[in-house]
Design a protein around this ligand. Structure first.
Ligand code: S3P
Length: 180
C-alpha cells in the first residue's frame, strides 16, 4: 500500500461508467472533504461536452480538458476530484496525479458500465458500437490507470456508500503508515 501526506487530495480515475461521479460526493462526505468533478467544470466553462466534441473533435477536447484538469488539481487539499475517463491520456496529467494525489482506479464490468451509461447516451466516445468501443477503450487505458493508482477498486457490485467506506479506511491507514 502506498503512503500519502495528511489531507492529500484524492483523485478518482477509471473508464466511463466506473462510478467516479457518483462516488465522489459520498467519499467526500465520509472524509469531511470537498468534491469537484472535472466534466462538470468543463461543461461550466465550455458548454456541453457532446457539442464541444462535435465542433472541436477529440483533439480539441483533450487540449481544453487538460487545462480544466490542471486548474482543478492545482493547490487542492482535502478534496475528492473525479476526472473524466480520458484525462489520464495526457502525460502531464498523469505526472501531476502521481506527484500530488492519492489516486483510486475504479474498475467495472462492461455490462454494468453500459447499464449505468444507458448504452453511451451523452458520451461522444461511445457513439458507435458502445459495448465494443467501451471495452476497447477500457482495455487500452488500463495500463495508464494502473500507472497512477494507489488503490484499484472494483465498483461492479458495491454501492457508493460501501465503496466510500472501504476506500476511506485504506486511505486513513495509508496516512498513518506515512506518519510513523
Ligand atoms: C470521456 C469520458 C467522459 C467525458 C468525455 C470523454 C472519455 O467522462 O470526459 O465524454 O474519453 O473516456 P466520464 O468518464 O465521467 O464519463
Amino acid at each position: 500500500m502506498s503512503s500519502h501526506t495528511r489531507g492529500q487530495p484524492i483523485a478518482l480515475v477509471g473508464p466511463m461508467g466506473s462510478g467516479k461521479s457518483s462516488l465522489a460526493p459520498v467519499l467526500a462526505a465520509e472524509l469531511g472533504y470537498d468534491h469537484v468533478d472535472t466534466d462538470e467544470l468543463f461543461a461550466h466553462q465550455h458548454g456541453p461536452i457532446p457539442e464541444f466534441f462535435r465542433v472541436h473533435g477529440e483533439p480539441g477536447f483533450r487540449d481544453a480538458e487538460a487545462q480544466v484538469v490542471a486548474e482543478a488539481l492545482t493547490g487542492k487539499q482535502q478534496t475528492v476530484i473525479s476526472l473524466g475517463g480520458g484525462a489520464v491520456l495526457r502525460d502531464t496529467t498523469r505526472d501531476f496525479l502521481v506527484e500530488h494525489c492519492y489516486v483510486i482506479y475504479l474498475q467495472v464490468s462492461t455490462r454494468e458500465a453500459l447499464r449505468r451509461l444507458d448504452d453511451g447516451q451523452g458520451r461522444p466516445m461511445l457513439e458507435n458500437n458502445p459495448a465494443e468501443t467501451w471495452e476497447q477503450i477500457a482495455t487500452e487505458r488500463d495500463r495508464l490507470y494502473r500507472s497512477v493508482a494507489d488503490q484499484v477498486v472494483d465498483t461492479t457490485a458495491d454501492s457508493p456508500r460501501q465503496l466510500a467506506g472501504k476506500i476511506a479506511r485504506r486511505y486513513r491507514r495509508a496516512e498513518k503508515t506515512h506518519d510513523h
